[in-house]
Design a protein around this ligand. Sequence first.
Ligand code: NAG
Ligand code: NAG
Ligand code: NAG
Ligand code: NAG
Ligand code: CU
Length: 379
Amino acid sequence: MARFSAFALLAVPWLLLAGLVSGDAVLDLQNKGRPSVDAQIAKSKTCTKANLQVRREWGDISATDKKAYIAAMLCIFSKPSKLDKTKFPGAKSRYDDFVVVHMNQTLSIHGTGSFLSWHRYYTWSFERILREECGYNGTQPYWDWGRWSADPEKSPIFDGSETSLSGNGKKTAHRASSFAPAGNGGGCIETGPFKNITVHLGPVSPAIDPAPPRNPRTDGYGDNPRCLRRDISNNLSSKYSRTQDIVALITNSKNIGTFQDTMQAVTPGGGMGVHNAGHYTIAGDPGGDFYTSPNDPAFWVHHGMIDRTWYIWQTQDFAARQQVIAGGTSMNGGFGFGGGGSKMQSLEDPVDLGVVGNKVWKIKDLVSTVDGPFCYVYE
Ligand SMILES: *[C@@H]1O[C@H](CO)[C@@H](O)[C@H](O)[C@H]1NC(C)=O
Ligand SMILES: *[C@@H]1O[C@H](CO)[C@@H](O)[C@H](O)[C@H]1NC(C)=O
Ligand SMILES: *[C@@H]1O[C@H](CO)[C@@H](O)[C@H](O)[C@H]1NC(C)=O
Ligand SMILES: *[C@@H]1O[C@H](CO)[C@@H](O)[C@H](O)[C@H]1NC(C)=O
Ligand SMILES: [Cu+2]
């Protein structure tokens, strides 16, 4: 044992130098899983090495690439909605179409067997529409929570610069939400590329206190123009979404049910999973509203990381971790962990994104990032 430790001490710096371990335990798991993805690409009917896309962390992409992503997002905010204006008067832009689709399906895509596959297809659809409708040439970036967990406000994602996704909200007096103590913002964002975005939809289930004023239409689809508020702090990230928390989620979850439920856990009980820790690190309005959270432009880098975490978990035993499903089809008034709702979820269940989807896929088509509609990996 002593010999082994001495060997490990000597070996680690060399492995680091040789690029064989990265110094980031999540990245190491990702690298370990990659050969099984490459093997699957060789068998894939739709994905090849030539058209494979690579998703990267926000901190690892160039300023030019960050600006291209931001510009494409602003473009989506400026294009007209494809929804019926009488049914959805708050859907002013093409971006809002994504928000409506999420609002409409909220209770059947969280705490259900469809959570991971639905959000994978949804995030990929956003990337697809940035490309097809706004000429974007890059890929969907992700927010490695662990990398910035000590101080998310200083991260390149939220530092408020022109290459960030805008900064925290203005510091205002406000109360704790049911998920976290009052953070360092609470007011309107005033920095970065999205400072002049107007939010129209919602609120439906706001966590910020004081809550935004409600529209007479309680379903949240009315037009309710207001600023975008955030309430970032490190309270949740420094406890629930550190690199070691992500590693524990990936390595301790032996089946899909445990993985998806641990990831979505809400205090009290099983602690807070990385999904809520990320959402309530952004917090505010619409970011902290379960229904309208995609209206905050940082939603996509957060769900990019949710998807990356699933991808890494899958690739630790790729053959056995694709065609697997657990949980119910409805949150049914609470998190339906382990089978909430009236029916168990099936791999044959359809996933329909309406005006933002390209096809009604089945869950079984959405479980590999290199098959079905997808052809991407994480680096
Ligand atoms: C809302 O969901 C219902 C039932 O799933 C569906 O029929 C309808 O098309 C959806 N509407 C939108 C705008 O997505
Ligand atoms: C994307 O690439 C195409 C083809 O290479 C090019 O014509 C287009 O200008 C690029 N778009 C942007 C936004 O860079
Ligand atoms: C954009 O936002 C800034 C900061 O909140 C504000 O001062 C400015 O008036 C806004 N500009 C427009 C065109 O709305
Ligand atoms: C987060 O906030 C809670 C409630 O105010 C506090 O008890 C806890 O110590 C804080 N945790 C961290 C890591 O800041
Ligand atoms: Cu969601």
